[in-house]
Ligand binder design. Structure first.
Ligand SMILES: Nc1ncnc2c1ncn2[C@@H]1O[C@H](COP(=O)(O)OP(=O)(O)OP(=O)(O)O)[C@@H](O)[C@H]1O
Length: 574
């Protein structure tokens, strides 16, 4: 319980002072609430000679208690809730920044589920619950301790009953915390599985429907729902008896307190007024402590969410030790590069030099490692062995941002954000003016189709660009790269056959993009391969042939074989 308060304070960063202030206000609120006991005492002690002065004094204490409680509750809420929103806003930004610098290997299916869960449910839950739980915990204990102190001053045995009950209560809360620790990973896993399966279902819904298996994916999601429900019930049942035990301690303590007060009165050890006061206080003292039970329930959920937040906050960064490097040359060199996804080796001893402003075409069978090689150059992944240099600097010496500002990547699979076309293009250069956006779009042959849309450049494309055709999306992504104007272009040529008009526009857009740049292309069109300064043929992760078209076509090898086969296929044009 207290550990939850400590953990929340730890992640509070620059808002820690405000959170502590909020907790002090919470304590003061409880102190003012406990002043009620003094008013009760004053009336009880003077029950037999009650006069206007005593009534006024008691009323004044009640008024101070109510107003004090009200004011400090207000201040506490303001400080704590505002801090809660600020802390978790910063956390979201911090995680977003870290994701930008994480190696691609981090984004495995499992991690995607966790990241989604953290950025949506985890942080929202923490925003809503973290401060509330701390308020319950700190306020509840402060209230009980200040009332207990008063009781100890008035009558030591009665105060001791209260103190022992609080100590027992804290013991049970510790047990609840232990249970939480045990259940936390199970809850976390079931939640992540649910998010991952639900996302997969939504993403793959068109495939599921086209294969008339709309319910198959749903069954998987339903199973994840069932499993989450089962885990939740198990967790609730597992600690429900402890929660009840916690409540029971204070109910029993209230009865014992009344009993002790009556015994002491019967033995003439305390006056009737004290006895009455203790009977009244027996029901007031633990009132707020019972709220701590809600705090315990909340902190059980918080512990799970904080663990998940810790997991995502520990995202590895490619930027460690990286510097902002300005390049004079854009020569690229790979020296003895080996790489594998996990244990599986994909690239083997790659040695390659690409001169500034020259073009390299990569050809090879599907799965041979062409995309992987491009990803290594952009340092989406770190090599297992060997080194990658750009402009004479090892890519590991750059910060991600300073490395990637030199590279534009145009993928086959284009992703557009759910935003206006203008903002999607501007993504390549956020400071670009509208005129610069239009110019880039003209070069990328997409200006005409954009202006034919009802909202022109202000047209909002659906998530992933779902409202545009494949060719339109591709040309917008090229306009984005033209606007970025990076000196190195990595291009994955479209394999899908496009209609002649679209293909013509696409080629023209690519020519505009790649003029006077260092170009690395995963080439599918024969004209691209033929025109390249250098061609490499990759087979099972190794460079098996290297040279220009003239040199390679004269050799009996994979390249010649490829060309012959490809010449016959539709996608290749001479
Ligand atoms: N993120 C990944 N995790 C694990 N294995 C991967 C990952 N990406 C690719 N692979 C595997 O690495 C191998 C090389 O893939 P890569 O995408 O580089 O091939 P490619 O030559 O570009 O293929 P294609 O022409 O079909 O796009 C493939 O066997 C692929 O299954």
């Amino acid at each position: 319980m207290i550990s939850i308060v400590k953990r929340i304070l730890k992640i509070s960063g620059k808002y820690k002072k405000n959170v502590i202030l909020g907790l002090i206000f919470s304590g003061l609120k409880s102190f003012f609430a406990s002043l009620m006991l003094l008013a009760v005492l004053l009336i009880m002690i003077n029950l037999e000679q009650l006069n206007m002065t005593i009534i006024m004094q008691a009323t004044a204490i009640v008024v101070v208690s109510i107003f004090g409680r009200f004011i400090f509750q207000y201040l506490c809420d303001r400080k704590l809730s505002a801090s809660g929103y600020e802390i978790f806003k910063d956390k979201r930004i911090e995680i977003g920044e870290k994701l930008k610098k994480a190696p691609m290997g981090y984004f495995s299916e499992k991690n995607l589920g966790t990241i989604q869960a953290v950025l949506t449910t985890t942080i929202s839950d923490l925003e809503g619950m973290a401060m509330l739980a701390m308020n319950f915990i700190v306020g509840g204990f402060f209230h009980a301790f200040s009332m207990t102190t008063m009781l100890l001053i008035f009558c030591f045995p009665v105060g001791m009953v209260s103190l022992i009950a609080i100590i027992f209560g804290m013991g049970v809360l510790k047990l609840i915390a232990k249970k939480t620790e045990k259940y936390s990973p199970i809850m976390q896993d079931s939640q992540e599985m649910l998010v991952t399966d639900a996302i997969e279902y939504i993403r793959g819904i068109s495939v599921l429907r086209s294969f008339e298996k709309g319910t198959d994916g749903k069954n998987k999601v339903e199973k994840a729902f069932m499993s989450k429900c089962k885990v939740d019930i198990e967790v609730t049942e597992g600690s429900a008896y402890l929660m009840k035990l916690y409540e029971m301690i204070f109910k029993v303590a209230s009865c014992v307190l009344v009993f002790v007060a009556i015994i002491l009165y019967m033995k003439s050890l305390i006056p009737l007024s004290y006895t009455l006061m203790f009977i009244v206080s027996a029901f007031l003292i633990f009132m707020e402590l019972e709220l701590v039970n809600d705090g315990a329930f909340l902190s059980r959920m918080l512990a799970t969410q904080l663990n998940r937040l810790d997991y995502v906050s520990d995202i590895p960064s490619l930027d460690e030790g990286g510097k902002e490097i300005d390049l004079n040359s854009y020569d690229i060199e790979l020296k003895d590069v080996c790489f594998g996804y996990g244990e599986r080796e994909i690239l083997k001893n790659i040695n390659l030099q690409i001169k500034s402003n020259s073009s390299l075409a990569i050809v090879g069978a599907s799965g041979s490692g062409k995309t992987t090689l491009c990803n290594i150059i952009a340092r989406f992944w770190d090599v297992n062995k060997g080194e990658v240099f750009i402009g004479g600097h090892n890519v590991k010496d750059f910060t991600s941002e300073s490395l990637l500002q030199n590279i534009s990547m145009v993928f086959q699979k284009v992703y557009l954000f759910n935003d206006t076309i203008e903002n999607n293009v501007k993504f390549g250069n956020p400071n670009a003016t509208h005129d610069e956006v239009v110019e880039a779009c003209k070069k990328a042959c997409c200006h005409d189709f954009i202006t034919s849309l009802s909202d022109g450049y202000g047209t909002v494309v659906g998530e992933g660009g779902s409202t545009l055709s494949g060719g339109e999306k591709q040309r917008i992504s090229i306009a984005r790269a033209i606007l970025k104007d990076a000196p190195i272009i990595i291009l994955d040529e479209a394999t899908s056959s496009v209609d002649p008009e679209n293909e013509h526009m696409l080629i023209s857009a690519i020519n505009e993009l790649t003029r006077n740049k260092t170009l690395i292309s995963i080439a599918h069109r024969l004209s691209t391969v033929r025109g390249a300064d250098q061609i490499i043929v990759i087979d099972k992760g190794e460079i098996v042939q290297q040279g220009n078209h003239k040199e390679l076509i004269s050799q009996d090898g994979v390249y010649k074989h490829f060309i012959e086969i490809r010449k016959q296929s539709i996608g290749w044009k001479i």
